[in-house]
Ligand binder design. Structure first.
Ligand SMILES: C[S@@+](CC[C@H](N)C(=O)[O-])C[C@H]1O[C@@H](n2cnc3c(N)ncnc32)[C@H](O)[C@@H]1O
Length: 247
């Protein structure tokens, strides 16, 4: 089982620390996009966390099933109104199975990068394909690796610098790895959190989808379907499982 970086301490502060991502103006288009794909009214969220997307999606009448490693994140979800409509399985979303099949599976907020090896990311696509109905879709929201902003020879790139918070990514380009470091002041004390990621390119994800028998259906730069271009900093991609098994 991969290491759980979302223990009690992180889980208790997650919604507050990611407050901008809970803004209804950000959540609304995600829910709209996913609800359209949930043709039979069922959805699987990998890394469901505290229910940022799953709860409003369930409120739209979609039956959401979640998978997450972190008991602490899921406990936060369970404490929220509407959580009784959502089933959650604790486990690694690259390998955990549930007995249902879904019309859409989704993995948002860069969470594919929490799988820190190519093998795990490939396994995740294969696991998702096995959980989709024929014609079902897999949706990923993830950043484009920021390597264009990393000068030659440098390995560190800051993403937050304020008087009370410092965040920077430390790149290992040869290994396609990155560690995100966070330092912040809380109640007058220095808090520190670091977690490893594997950044991944859109074309590599397309190949993982092909290995799992799926093909690219759409790629946008955001949930409002703005075009994906050379300047896009992230993408929302949808891969589709064939409607009928190929011969
Ligand atoms: C950045 S949070 C995103 C939570 C939620 N999807 C959201 O958008 O707010 C990542 C979540 O994925 C979970 N996670 C990370 N790696 C995982 C893995 N290999 N298997 C299952 N859950 C994982 C973490 O426990 C955490 O709840």
């Amino acid at each position: 089982m991969p290491e759980d970086y979302f223990g009690e301490h992180v889980a208790a502060r997650y919604d507050e620390s990611a407050a901008d991502m809970f803004d209804p103006a950000k959540v609304g288009p995600v829910v709209e996009f996913l609800a359209e794909l949930a043709s039979d009214g069922s959805a699987l969220e990998l890394g469901i966390g505290t229910g940022r997307i799953a709860l409003p999606l369930a409120q739209r009448g979609i039956r959401v099933h979640g998978i997450d490693l972190s008991e602490a994140m899921v406990a936060q979800l369970r404490a929220k109104p509407g959580a009784d409509k959502i089933d959650v399985t604790i486990g690694d979303f690259a390998t955990t199975t549930v007995e249902r099949r879904f019309s859409v599976a989704y993995l948002v907020f860069n969470t594919i990068m929490n799988l820190t090896s190519q093998d795990e990311q490939v396994a995740c696509f294969q696991n998702v394909a096995a959980h989709l109905q024929p014609g079902g879709c897999f949706v990923i929201e993830v950043g484009i690796p920021d390597l264009q902003r990393l000068p030659p020879g440098e390995t560190v790139q800051a993403f937050t610098v304020t008087p009370t918070r410092l965040g920077f990514d430390e790149y290992d380009v040869a290994a396609q790895g990155m560690i995100s470091h966070h330092y912040w002041i809380e109640d007058g004390k220095l808090e520190v959190f670091s977690a490893p990621f594997r950044y991944v390119w859109p074309g590599e994800l397309d190949l993982m989808a092909r290995l799992a028998g799926m093909s690219l259906r759409e790629r946008w730069s955001d949930w409002n379907r703005e075009p994906f271009t050379s300047d896009s900093r992230q993408h929302v991609s949808v891969w589709e499982k064939p409607a009928s098994p190929s011969r």
